[in-house]
Each structure stands twice: as structure tokens, then as C-alpha cells.
Design a protein around this ligand. Sequence first.
Ligand SMILES: [Zn+2]
Length: 263
Amino acid sequence: MITVETQHVQERLVELIQLQVLYNRLYAVQQKKGDLPQQIEDLELQLAARARALAELQKQIKELDQEIRTLRASNDSLKDHEQKLNKILQQVRNEQEYYKVESDIKEIRLTLEKNMKDISKNQQRVDGLEQKRREEEAKQEELRKFIAEKQELLDRISQETAAQEKALLQRIAKLSKKIETEDARLFQLFERRRRSLREGRALVPVITLEGREERVACSGCHTLLPRQLQWELSQRSQIFVCESCGRFLVDAALFDQVAADLE
Ligand SMILES: [Zn+2]
């Protein structure tokens, strides 16, 4: 059995329990935010990635539009040229010239046709991409709304808990100072455990194990405690720590009593 030497054991025990209860309350208050901050951060990253994909999509659409415009401009001038050649065709002086001009006109028509096909192909791609862009924009809008809702919830919880957190921290600071003044070594032992143990539980009450009503265990690590220690704890005349996890151990009834008395 590991004991911690100190003066005025009963008073110190009560103070340590009070301090732990305040920390438990603080932890519970802080837990109300849950993983909301992390969730929001993840969603923001997701949104940023989607925004980049959308920008890429818009760039593709712009490039295709530009190509279409170039092809149309090219067709306009080809049509002009075709008209001119048609006039020339009326005025040719010999067959040789006629065939030459006629073959030029044929070539222009082929190019015009090919350009028209390219325009239509590009237009189809633009339509497909536009459809995708609209869908993506709608999805992002939904995601933005979802993030805003989460942020609103987090803000509300933060607002509600800020005052509680502040009040608890003030009480903790005051009590910590008191214990430290009375027994600096004891306070340091407590603090070291609080900082390193899960949920900051440096001190725990013992619990009765299910199906083993007469035996108790450390509620921090669930190690069954020797009967002798169980009895010693109930005497409240010494301070013990769990041999397995190092947590301060206290009688459950005392813990509950102190917690209930603490406003
Ligand atoms: Zn333990």
C-alpha cells in the first residue's frame, strides 16, 4: 500500500476531492464542444479542395469557349472568302481557272464543315462541364450551409460554457493555491497525475465491482484492491495512491459527500 505523508489528512483529503470535483466539472463543460472544432476544420479543408476542383472546371469551360469563338471567327472569314470566290467563278476566262477556283471553294467548304463539327463537339463538352459545374456549386453551397450550422452550434456552446469555464478556473486557481501553501509536495503529486492521466483524473473514488459486492476496485484502472486497503480507506486517516495507476484513492462515500457539499 502506497501512502502519501501529510499533516491534517482529513482536511487535505477533502480539499483534494474538492479540487478533483472542480476539474471533473471543468472537463465536462469543455466536453460539451466535443469534436466540433475538429469537425469544422475537416469540413473547411474539404470545401477548399472542392473549390479548387471547381476553379479547374471553370478554367476548362473558359478554354473551350475560347476555342469555339476562334472557330466561329475562322468560319466567318471562310464564308466571306467563299462568297468572293463564287463571284470570281462567274467571271473566269477559261476552264483551267474555273477548276482552280472551284477546287478552292470545295476546300473551303470542307474546312467549314470540319470547323462546324469541332464547334458542335466543343459545345457538347461545354454543356457537359456546365452541368457538372452547376452540380458542384450546389454541393458546395450545401457544404457551406452545413459548416455554418456547425459553427453556429459551436459558437452557442462556447457562449454558454465560457462563463462556467471561467468561474470553475477561478475556483480551481484559488483552491490550488491554498493546497499548495499547506503542502506543496502533496499538491505537486496531485498536479503531476492530473496532467498525465486520462481526463485529468488524478483522484478517484473506489468502486464496488459488479457481482462482488464486498470488494472494491480503483475506478481509474479497475484494479481490485486488497481488503486491508479497503478498510484503511474507509478510516480516512491516511492518503493512498493506487499501486497500478498511481491515482489518489478515496472512500466512495467521502467522495460523494464532498462532491454533494460543493456548490
Ligand atoms: Zn488505479
